[in-house]
Design a protein around this ligand. Structure first.
Ligand code: PMV
Length: 351
């Protein structure tokens, strides 16, 4: 399967500068646990965001000794540069020219660096897109569907969830019977005509409960699923949830969507608590917010709900429609107090 991405193109390399941007994404059915070479243990589906993006310029100086210098918001980042160097060496099979020059990479995020919003998905997404732009340039090809799919494939090898950021809307990664063409190797867009209108006009406001480094990285977290006694059950559950979600998306069953999405978020964190050693990424504020949301929903019947990624921040999800003004007002008045420094990133889905 990977062989489809090894092309015997004729390459003519030269100095080049390319710029690409890529949004972040938030998973509804979570990827947590993987095998060798970033193969996911279960299928996942995410919403691609609109405003949280990484913008990346790659300058390639052909013929110089291979090295990578990475600047994040103008500041030279040695650790990040090493990580990218390792990544480039790892994907040489798919881009045979990649080690034949020097790189200066300048990257910045539209969201605050210390926000705890994962930048690896948008970051590797933007790099993979930039690399594919160089690849089509050097081989005199076009940036077509196939090149985009290869960008998703390459993004995955940098950070699993990055592969989903290459497409807008709802995006699936991981083989599932429920979605034709789905693959463990790259992401595919979820068929647009099988999504009810209610799910196409959604907000994601990220409450920044804890800014800064996480105590346990997602790489370590994924690794701990290998010895988690509940892992197999969880992987099966993700498949079952895909089946349920497909019908929910088709018929526009918002209450069922809310139940499933919140359950997925809590399952992700339950897996962390049942790892050995156990770890907890939620903070007191995370739990306070969850309880407040549940209380609000009970009292108003308005569709405000949450998901979490591998961190303490809470993604507040709500569709645009009746009641949106009350929901926004509730967030400002009641939930902002749990953020570390009045931090909220107001995003939405793009379709
Ligand atoms: O792509 P990674 O290795 O950073 O893992 C992402 C894992 C979650 O964000 C928790 C879930 C997901 O599917 O994005």
């Amino acid at each position: 399967m990977e062989n489809q991405f090894i092309k015997k193109n004729q390459y003519q390399i030269g100095n080049a500068v390319v710029t690409q941007h890529c949004p972040s994404n938030i998973a509804l059915i979570k990827y947590w646990g993987k095998y060798e070479n970033q193969i996911p243990a279960n299928p996942s589906i995410s919403y691609t965001l609109n405003h949280c993006k990484t913008l990346t310029e790659i300058e390639f100086i052909a013929g110089e000794d291979f090295s990578v210098q990475t600047y994040l918001s103008g500041k030279l980042e040695l650790k990040f540069s090493e990580k990218i160097e390792k990544y480039f060496k790892n994907i040489e099979n798919y881009l045979p020219w990649i080690l034949k020059g020097k790189y200066i990479i300048r990257t910045e995020n539209t969201f605050p660096h210390s926000s705890g919003i994962a930048s690896s998905a948008s970051g590797f997404g933007a790099i993979a897109k930039g690399l594919m732009e160089l690849d089509v340039l050097f081989s005199n090809q076009q940036m077509d569907e196939e090149a985009l799919q290869k960008a998703s494939f390459l993004g995955r090898l940098g950070s699993g969830s990055a592969c989903r950021s290459l497409y807008p809307g709802l995006v699936v990664w991981g083989k599932t019977e429920e979605v034709a063409g789905s693959s463990d190797f790259y992401a595919v867009p979820y068929p647009n005509d099988e999504v009810h209108a209610i799910f196409k006009d959604f907000n994601d406001w990220v409450l920044l409960i804890h800014e800064g480094e996480k105590s346990v990285s997602s790489t370590v977290g994924h690794g701990l699923m290998k010895t988690n006694p509940y892992a197999e059950q969880r992987f099966q559950q993700a498949h079952v949830n895909f089946k349920k979600l497909k019908e929910i998306l088709r018929i526009g069953d918002l209450p069922a969507f809310i139940k499933l999405v919140e359950h997925e978020a809590l399952t992700l964190h339950a897996m962390m608590m049942m790892s050995d050693p156990a770890f907890i990424l939620m903070k007191t504020g995370t739990l306070e917010v969850i309880n407040k949301i549940w209380e609000f929903r009970k009292n108003t019947q308005l569709p405000l709900f949450f998901t979490l990624d591998a961190g303490a921040n809470v993604h507040l999800l709500f569709p645009n429609g009746e009641g949106t003004a009350s929901i926004k007002n509730f967030i400002e008045q009641e939930l902002m107090q749990y953020t570390q420094s009045k931090g909220v990133v107001k995003d939405e889905m793009i379709f």
